[in-house]
Write a protein that binds this ligand. Structure first.
Ligand code: ADP
Ligand code: MG
Length: 704
């Protein structure tokens, strides 16, 4: 069919799609024409000039073309790795090409055909060759445009060329009279192009500058919608009633005197803010952001204590079972003078403190029993994992919901927990250690009041972080040995639980260290005289609990673990951590891991091994080594990673294009200003139905 199409036309009506293509597009979330048109190129290529093969030099990245011959695909006998080889010749000379792990390349190449590639030239012996060159269109194919050539993120089965071709096809049949959901005055104010020209310039730019302007528009738009969505959500929360929790001085004094330490100035300040929020009859929406180890838990407990002393209930959600259990223990310890009945609910088991028989101990109870007690208010404080948000968990007088490591939960999960109140909405206190850049915080936390916990408890020493070259492995173990001799404990983090094999029993990841083998090896070869324990996500809850208890009591010297201990785990006596395969972890994750050992007045050490040594990897690790704190690291991370590589994308639900906007504080502030202005004029967005729909859609999609 060749008729006109609109933004809402389903893709399988607008294009001839095979069932497979349809499925792949659905997986990418591309259902209608508008979705496809908003699928942004990850970069642009300017028309290239091809170099004569004879002029290629070692180390150079170049494009060249010629005729293919000697195409051969084979497997290495040892690793069964598919290898494709070919020869490319032009009138000046020839060069061997080789591809590893790309069997489909062999099927694409045609003997005797003309082809062009871009790649880096290497040398072996005296012969130049090029490995893994990227095929590129021959000049004749590029004739559909004169400007820069858009390159799209590829997925298996939908190549960049597929997107180029089909997006242009759709664009050519689209009426230029599109309804633009972003108000015209806003676009004018920031010199941003309107929708249709912007779409054209995004996918078929005449110049690099035009593409840039279009990208800026879509980036602005995305941030603007997210802001609007967040602000609306906040307004909706603010319209509800909440229990007003008043804290009398004696409760607070009793709480602080029972603590085994003195609160820092920052902790005291934030507790004051939180308690002030709680006293209001409107639900609090506050996020405490503080670096790993800065002491967020005690802030939550102060608030919880006050709510409970006022006769209300509190729910405290943590992302892992290990952490939920740790909080359960901390609550029992720090709130002991208040004699508060506390419940623990996880996927695996439930507990209650105190037990019937002993005022000092907790006891296992059935889930049904705990649910009953929670509903009848026999339990005042319930800690748990995701299990807390199940429908059958009901409270009688829930006044406060605490969400720890809140970035680990989707917006809907957080939302479900705050719906557990009855007529009143509970106050919400969430906490995160994930250092995120200010621009990102302003965007995704647009609905929350921020408290910055910017002071570490006294006597904390800066972590000594070292990137250890493989041949100095022994030195790392020596440092561990020294710490153990001083009475401290250690973590060894591995990227995997066990070696991974495919169905044919081939080893998949050659180098990645795994917890099981590494524990074996360390106890056999390196630390035969030490107690070495192991912790990973596939262990049964009971085992995990036992291991953590042993580690906490000092019965385990070295804990070999996956990143399950990444969030929240607090064993202050552990002061050295070895991170294996550090290149496999994101910077924020590494920072969290390092935070495990900076929880006391002893000097903490973080020793890092990397399995690969590419330029970006060593750059990243060096940033990790040098950054003074998480926030510095986060800013660095944002600046360092090119668009398309932002691993944060998934986590925050912001597209690569939107991430570009986050590098620009002015743009983010502009989007905020405009969103606020718009909502002031038109709180329900009644005058902007189109925009309202998109804002709702964007914030839903983006926060799953
Ligand atoms: P995070 O902010 O990472 O959640 P925690 O709340 O787990 O940090 O606290 C980290 C460690 O610091 C814990 O062992 C806690 O007991 C301790 N701590 C918290 N506040 C203080 C303080 N003011 N002085 C000394 N130690 C503190
Ligand atoms: Mg914590």
């Amino acid at each position: 069919m060749q008729g006109p199409i609109t933004l809402n036309t389903p893709l399988d009506e607008a294009l001839h799609l095979t069932p497979k293509q349809k499925l792949l597009l659905e997986k990418l979330g591309l259902l209608i024409v508008e979705d496809l048109l908003r699928y942004a190129p990850s970069r642009y290529e300017t028309a290239v000039s091809f170099k004569p093969i004879a002029e290629l030099a070692k180390g150079e990245r170049a494009s060249f073309r010629g005729q293919l011959s000697h195409i051969k695909t084979e497997k290495t006998w040892r690793k069964k790795m598919p290898i494709t080889k070919a020869e490319l010749a032009d009138h000046t000379g020839s060069i061997p090409l080789i591809w590893f792990y790309q069997p489909y390349i062999g099927r694409m190449l045609k003997e005797g055909a003309e082809a062009a590639f871009t790649g880096t030239v290497s040398v072996r012996g005296n012969t130049l060759y090029c490995s893994n060159p990227v095929p590129r269109p021959l000049a004749a194919d590029e004739s559909f445009g004169h400007g820069p050539l858009p390159v799209y993120p590829e997925t298996r089965g939908l190549s960049s060329r597929w997107f180029q071709f089909n997006i242009r096809k759709v664009l050519s049949r689209l009426s230029p009279k599109l309804e633009d959901s972003v108000p015209a005055d806003i676009l004018t104010r920031y010199h941003l192009p309107r929708l249709f020209p912007a779409l054209l310039a995004l996918h078929a730019p005449r110049t690099g500058g035009a593409a840039e302007a279009a990208r800026k528009r879509f980036a602005f738009e995305e941030i603007f919608y997210i802001q609007l969505g967040r602000m609306q959500a906040r307004a909706a929360r603010d319209a509800h009633h909440a229990f007003s929790v008043r804290t009398d001085k004696s409760t607070l004094a009793a709480f602080t005197t029972a603590l085994p330490f003195v609160l820092t100035g920052a902790q005291t300040r934030i507790i004051t803010h939180v308690l002030r929020d709680l006293a209001r009859p409107r639900p609090m929406s506050r996020l405490v952001e503080g670096d790993v180890g800065s002491g967020k838990t005690v802030i939550a407990l102060a608030a919880a204590c006050s709510a409970i002393q006022n006769g209300y209930q509190v729910a405290y959600m943590a992302p892992t079972e290990v952490l939920a259990r740790q909080h359960f223990a901390t609550i029992i310890k720090l709130l002991r003078p208040f004699r508060i009945p506390v419940g623990l609910i996880t996927g695996g088991e439930c507990e209650k403190f105190p037990s019937k028989t002993s005022e000092e101990e907790s006891t296992h109870i059935s889930k049904a029993q705990l649910l009953k007690w929670t509903e009848s208010h026999a339990v005042n404080f319930v800690v748990g994992t995701h299990a807390l948000i199940q429908k059958n968990v009901r409270f009688k007088r829930l006044a406060l919901v605490i969400i720890d490591e809140q970035h680990r939960f989707g917006v809907n999960q957080r939302f479900s927990l705050t719906q557990k109140g009855n007529a009143e909405l509970p106050h919400l206190l969430s906490m995160t250690a994930t250092p995120i850049p200010r621009t990102l915080a302003l965007t995704i936390y647009g609905d929350l009041d921020l408290s910055l916990l910017d002071e570490l408890p006294p006597e904390r020493k800066r972590t000594i972080t070292e990137i250890i070259p493989p041949k100095e492995r022994e030195r790392a173990y020596k440092m561990v040995r020294e710490r153990l001799a001083e009475g401290r404990q250690a973590y060894v983090i591995c990227p995997r639980i066990e070696e991974s094999r495919n169905e044919k029993n081939d080893l998949l990841t050659l180098a990645a260290k795994n917890v099981k083998d590494e524990r074996e090896r360390l106890s056999r070869d390196i630390f035969p005289d030490k107690h070495i324990g192991m912790l990973h996500g596939k262990m049964r809850p009971k085992e995990k609990t036992r291991v953590m208890e042993q580690f906490r009591n000092g019965n385990i010297d070295i804990l070999v673990a996956t990143s399950v201990i990444e969030v929240g785990v607090d064993v202050p006596n552990a002061t050295i951590i070895i991170i294996e395969g550090a290149d496999r972890f994101g910077l924020a994750q590494l920072h969290q891991l390092r935070g495990r050992v900076a929880r006391s007045s002893f000097t903490p050490y973080c020793l890092v091994f990397s399995e690969s040594s590419g330029k970006t990897i060593s750059q990243r690790l060096r940033a990790f080594q040098n950054a003074k704190n998480g926030f510095e690291l986060a800013e660095y991370d944002l600046a360092l990673r090119g668009p398309g590589e932002l691993s944060g994308t998934k986590q925050w639900g912001i597209s690569d294009l939107g991430m570009e906007a986050l590098k620009n504080i002015k743009m983010v502030e502009a989007a905020r200003l405009e969103a606020r202005r718009l909502l002031e004029e038109d709180p329900t967005l009644a005058q902007h139905s189109q925009l309202c729909k998109r804002a709702a859609l964007t914030s839903m999609l983006h926060f799953e």
